[in-house]
Design a protein around this ligand. Structure first.
Ligand SMILES: Cc1cc2nc3c(=O)[nH]c(=O)nc-3n(C[C@H](O)[C@H](O)[C@H](O)COP(=O)(O)OP(=O)(O)OC[C@H]3O[C@@H](n4cnc5c(N)ncnc54)[C@H](O)[C@@H]3O)c2cc1C
Length: 381
């Protein structure tokens, strides 16, 4: 079968891939098991990545970024996954948090915050979800009350990626609690402010080296100039505009999970012997892997089309919702089938297929659950 080359790849991205691969093989692979044990990556990883120019890849150079595009972010994500790591929350930092600041920040905010994110001095997070509400974002209870030149923030957030290490958090808060979506604003909180507190790093079934955490805000005061956007009440619209890129990222991770599960299982079943022959030689194995290979290819073609459209600013919300639910769902099926073909070894954490299986499960849940994706699609029909 001919190797697939994504339509959006070019020579510049090939050269960038070499840089990303070298970094990931050197800085990620040898540390993965230790990071799983400690439930977070080393803090120095961020500054090392900043030094070689891997942070804020798709942020303009005038703010310290790489001046690249979403394609660069995708290449880094691919190389991270191929290096066996799922804990470094760089895609959230680069591809999500920095873009809220880029798109809605004032020139002064961008100058103040983005260079710190690009150097790795600051790690970014975004806090939408609360103990009482996730899918129903309009009903967040965290409040930001204006008091002179400041906002006073009170509330609790949970399941926050990069929460354990974040230096800057974009907080989804109600600036007008009498309103639903129109009462929501995004406010930037530096985590060294009094009243900010981290809870425990949460004990998850997958993504075990990621520092997903609870965050608490007790009378945290920030300058009113930390509001993202020119006026209050824009938060929900800003979220709706940025969530498609987050869902595209989940599509990238899900397609990678399918491809990696397939590669791992081909390798394993061609080596493992049962009844005097390689496990691959059983018709059931070949048929299952033929199915996984087919779906992985369909998923890759769909993903490439979405990325190409996104690079031109033409990716619509229902299409990316289709990508998010379908690829995350089919990747979970592929991971399950591939794990089965490993027998008992597939259930052992030291085998990559076990990590692919447990890491993949959350892709159906975060970034908007797959049920919410189907709601979005159905509304457009
Ligand atoms: C590892 C991890 C990392 C995360 N990182 C972040 C982060 O960085 N920042 C952040 O803000 N959040 C983060 N989240 C939170 C994540 O986005 C939410 O868990 C998700 O949006 C679902 O919200 P919930 O957990 O409150 O579930 P609920 O909203 O309570 O949903 C429970 C079930 O009800 C279903 N449901 C809800 N509403 C409907 C409906 N209208 N129609 C049909 N079914 C419905 C859901 O699909 C789901 O199956 C993370 C979560 C995890 C597990």
């Amino acid at each position: 079968m001919t190797a697939h080359r994504s339509s959006w790849m070019d020579e510049d991205l090939d050269a960038f891939r070499d840089l990303a691969r070298t970094f990931c093989e050197k800085e990620l692979t040898p540390n993965v098991d230790r990071w799983i044990e400690q439930h977070h990556v080393d803090r120095e990883l961020w500054t090392k990545a900043g030094e070689v120019g891997l942070l804020c890849l798709s942020i303009p150079e005038e703010y310290g970024g790489g001046g690249g595009t979403f394609a660069h972010e995708t290449v880094l994500l691919e190389e991270q996954a191929r290096a066996g790591d799922s804990g470094w929350g760089v895609i959230l930092h680069n591809g999500i948090v920095a873009h809220y600041i880029l798109n809605y920040g004032s020139p002064a905010q961008k100058q103040a915050w983005l260079p710190k994110m690009a150097s790795g001095e600051w790690v970014g997070a975004i806090a939408m979800t609360e103990p009482g509400t996730g899918s129903d974002l309009q009903n967040v209870r965290t409040k930001a009350v204006r008091d002179g030149d400041e906002y006073v923030i009170n509330g609790a957030k949970t399941f926050i990626t990069n929460g354990g290490q974040a230096d800057v958090v974009i907080v989804v808060a109600k600036t007008d609690s009498t309103k639903g979506a129109e009462g929501i604003s995004l406010i930037v909180v530096e985590t060294d402010r009094p009243g900010f507190r981290r809870g425990r790093v949460l004990d998850k079934i997958g993504l075990r080296s990621q520092d997903t955490a609870e965050l608490f805000f007790d009378d945290v005061r920030v300058p009113a100039t930390n509001l993202l956007g020119a006026e209050e009440g824009q938060g929900f619209i800003q979220l709706m505009q940025q969530l498609p890129q987050e869902r595209l990222i989940i599509g990238v991770s899900s397609v990678l999970a399918m491809e990696l599960a397939l590669a791992e299982t081909l390798r394993y079943t061609k080596d493992r012997q049962a009844f005097g022959r390689p496990v691959f030689n059983f018709q059931n194995t070949k048929f299952k892997l033929a199915e996984v290979a087919t779906e992985a290819k369909i998923a890759r073609v769909f993903l490439d089309d979405c990325i190409a459209k996104h690079l031109k600013g033409e990716l619509d919300i229902p299409t990316v919702a289709m990508l998010k639910w379908w690829t995350s769902d089919r990747a979970m099926v592929a991971a399950d089938e591939c794990l089965q073909l490993h027998g008992g070894y597939g259930y052992m954490n030291e085998y990559p297929i076990a990590r692919i299986y447990t890491d993949q499960r959350v892709q159906k849940i975060y970034g908007g659950t797959n049920e919410i994706m189907k709601e979005i699609i159905a509304r457009s029909l």
